[in-house]
Design a protein around this ligand. Structure first.
Ligand code: GLU
Length: 305
């Protein structure tokens, strides 16, 4: 397996030159577009890695399924679904998806910013500091990595420049979909996006979703099989921004990408995959990362279709 990963990595390396690192969060512009790493955690309990699999980067939108899981665990499916729907928007992650009509929960999706910001308000905690701590703890537990922390430079960079997210949050507020102070809600969202992870962390989080809510080895249950089903279904339809349809055809597994260059892919019952390659395509997906997943899916028959 490690040999296969090394081979695919070399085959996909040229794609790193075709993408661009994100620059709208100034600190992300410092990423090295040539980086490429993969980690696969398989159901036999083994972890296979190649390239820059240990390198840390910010989780960005890959935290969205974790926010959704925490909201589901805190409130149950009915409550969450009534507030943030699951229909794909088919629009970019930060699109202002509103018309003159009143905003409705069906217009929100937990995998795009507006829905994810609303999701932060559903997480249990007296303060937004406490809500964020709980998200951090869940992420560390799912990843099996107590060293996950906020990358302060990226957090401050995003907080300073996050006007579009402020616009989205104020739209939610003006439509009565959030009640709390916008800056506090966004602070939780920005910190969650700025957690620093590596490909191995993403592979392990994906593995727990693939293993229907149980950790590897100990088989400790973290969330119900129903929530794994819910999150994986949402990832399948809208985890890869407005490139989710092509990704379903080309790769065929639930996955989530982030503008930090990470992708986590869930192969139900079989494996969790984490990738890092920060050069992005025009939709915000890791360009070489998608190629790597496409090749791996073809060689190992990973598509669920
Ligand atoms: N923190 C980023 C933002 O809201 C996340 C975007 C992403 O990875 O899609 O702009």
């Amino acid at each position: 397996m490690e040999e296969l990963l090394d081979k695919l990595l070399e085959e996909c390396r040229p794609f790193t030159t075709q993408g661009k690192v994100a620059t709208y969060i100034p600190e992300l512009a410092k990423s090295n577009p040539a980086d490429l790493g993969i980690c696969v955690l398989s159901s036999d309990g083994r972890c296979y890695q190649s390239g820059d699999a240990q390198k840390r980067f910010t989780i960005q939108s890959v935290v969205k399924p974790i926010l959704l899981l925490q909201a589901l665990m805190d409130n149950g499916e009915e409550y969450v679904h009534a507030r943030v729907g699951v229909e794909a928007t088919g629009k970019p992650f930060d699109a202002i998806n509103v018309t003159d009509q009143t905003l409705h929960s069906d217009h929100l999706n937990p995998m795009v910013n507006m829905g994810a910001i609303a999701m932060c308000t559903l997480i249990r905690g007296e303060t937004y500091e406490e809500k964020f701590r709980r998200v951090l703890e869940l992420t560390r537990k799912l990843a099996g990595d107590p060293e996950i922390q906020v990358d302060e430079a990226v957090y401050h960079s995003e907080k300073r420049t996050g006007s579009k997210n402020r616009a989205l949050a104020y739209l939610l507020k003006s439509n009565g979909m959030i009640e709390d102070d916008v800056e506090e809600v966004l602070d939780c969202y920005f910190k969650a996006c700025s957690m620093s992870v590596n490909s191995r962390d993403l592979a392990r989080i994906a593995f727990v979703l693939a293993n229907r809510g149980k950790l590897p080895q100990t088989e400790e249950r973290i969330f119900s099989a129903r929530y794994a089903h819910y999150v994986n279904a949402v990832l399948m339809t809208c985890g890869m921004y407005d490139g989710s349809g092509n990704f379903a055809v080309d790769v065929g597994v639930p996955a989530k990408s982030g503008v930090g260059g990470g992708i986590m892919a869930v192969v139900p019952t079989r494996m969790g995959i984490g990738i890092y390659a920060p050069a992005l395509d025009e939709k915000g997906n890791s360009l070489a990362g998608i190629q790597l997943l496409k090749q791996l899916s073809e060689r190992m028959y990973l598509s669920i279709f």
